[in-house]
Design a protein around this ligand. Structure first.
Ligand SMILES: [Zn+2]
Length: 265
């Protein structure tokens, strides 16, 4: 079984030829089918515009598929109390499986007290919060807000909150492994290491880094498989994990078990 915990349905430049949300959902289904991916979590963006559908639009369009869940994006600048009220309702209805913040893309640290209501909501409903960490697609982002070490503060101050460090803070994977090792409530997804496909040398380098993280932080009950599709391609990601030298039971945790438990899928 394979669960991809991190895909997007925004109309990025590379999806220019698929102008509708419905079309991009179909493209996602085709990509999942051809790669034997059983379930995927779609992350809504930090803003809503003609290229970036809202959580509500994604929920409505994705309702007809039973292999998709939604993680709703929240940003201090572009969201209101009203959005959080909706999110609470959709979490109760089972459509929304977690929330996401985009530190770096928006210029606030994850421990900014204006995110606390997001964390409180996640704790109340026992759903995880995903946090962008590491390199960003947009050059307008500011990296200091996206460094994985910032999540140590959030983890310590919210011991009941389950935090997913997206992209393992790449390239600050050493910081990420310490934050994960130290805090039982911090998880990490391996998505978005590459735009498009891995080349051989980069694949080797990243595979070594992830193996080092597992060696340091121990049995990977904290590690989640995700791709960042359509930014990274699904088949290239499957080839990448296939080459990683990890035990069978660790592989199952990574490919679906951890995500299934954490998001109650
Ligand atoms: Zn992403």
């Amino acid at each position: 079984m394979i669960i991809d915990c991190h895909v997007h349905i925004n109309q990025y430049e590379l999806m220019q030829n698929v102008p509708t949300l419905e079309g991009r959902l179909e493209a996602l289904q085709m990509e999942m089918t051809s790669n034997d991916v059983d379930y995927a979590l779609i992350l809504s963006s930090y803003k809503t515009d003609e290229y970036r559908p809202s959580a509500r639009q994604i929920i409505d369009a994705a309702k007809k598929y039973d292999n998709l869940g939604i993680v709703a994006g929240f940003s201090i600048d572009n969201h209101t109390e009203e959005d959080l009220k909706d999110y609470r309702k959709w979490i109760k209805d089972g459509y929304v499986k977690g929330l996401k913040i985009y530190s770096g893309y928006e210029h606030y640290y994850p421990y900014d007290e204006r995110y606390q209501k997001v964390y409180d909501t996640c704790i109340e409903f026992d759903v995880p919060v995903m946090v962008h960490t590491g390199d960003t697609l947009s050059k307008k982002s500011k990296l200091r807000y996206a460094r994985p070490l910032n999540l140590d503060d959030v983890a310590v101050d919210n011991p009941e909150l389950k935090i997913i460090m997206c992209h393992l803070g790449n390239p600050w994977i050493q910081d990420a492994q310490e934050v994960i090792y130290k805090n039982k409530n911090v998880y990490g997804d391996i998505s978005g290491f590459v735009v498009g496909d891995f080349d051989h040398y980069f694949e080797e380098m990243m595979s070594e880094k992830v193996s080092e993280l597992i060696n340091y932080a121990g049995e990977p009950k904290y590690l989640l498989y995700g791709t960042d599709w359509p930014i990274s391609s699904m088949d290239s990601y499957l080839k990448f994990v296939a080459k990683m030298k990890i035990k069978k039971e660790f592989r199952d945790l990574l490919m679906y078990k951890n995500t299934k438990d954490l998001f109650k899928i």
